[in-house]
Design a protein. Structure first.
Length: 119
């Protein structure tokens, strides 16, 4: 179990029009100017946008893997520990984070979690 940082980055790169911004401590990911994720290499964690109900469910189910990051604009961001998650589950969460941020016209050709795993 666990996902390497390079593999996480390939998931994000497979998303349509995914953008990234590098800073000293983290990389931010977005689509159409809206953030959907963050990567903190030092701690091997990522932050992903989710619905509030998904945020609560993930943290309640596996607090050793997921933490509440913050809530904003009706969304619940979660911190994901890459060492505690498998690739299939992470691909679903990354895709959902992207979907929650992408403009509606981009949602017609949404990739599947399985296609991200193959990327």
């Amino acid at each position: 179990m666990g996902v390497e940082i390079a593999r996480f980055l390939r998931l994000v790169e497979a998303l349509p029009e995914a953008e990234h911004e590098e800073s000293v401590r983290y990389t931010a990911f977005g689509v159409a100017g809206r953030k959907f994720g963050y990567l903190w290499p030092r701690t091997r964690t990522v932050g992903l946008k989710q619905t509030l109900s998904e945020q609560h469910a993930l943290v309640a189910e596996r607090p050793e893997v997921f933490e509440v990051q913050f809530t904003a604009g009706g969304f619940g961001w979660v911190v994901v520990h890459l060492d505690g998650i498998d690739l299939d589950e992470l691909s679903e969460l990354v895709l959902e984070a992207w979907r929650l941020s992408a403009p509606e016209h981009m949602l017609a050709d949404v990739p599947t979690p399985a296609s991200l795993v193959r990327a």
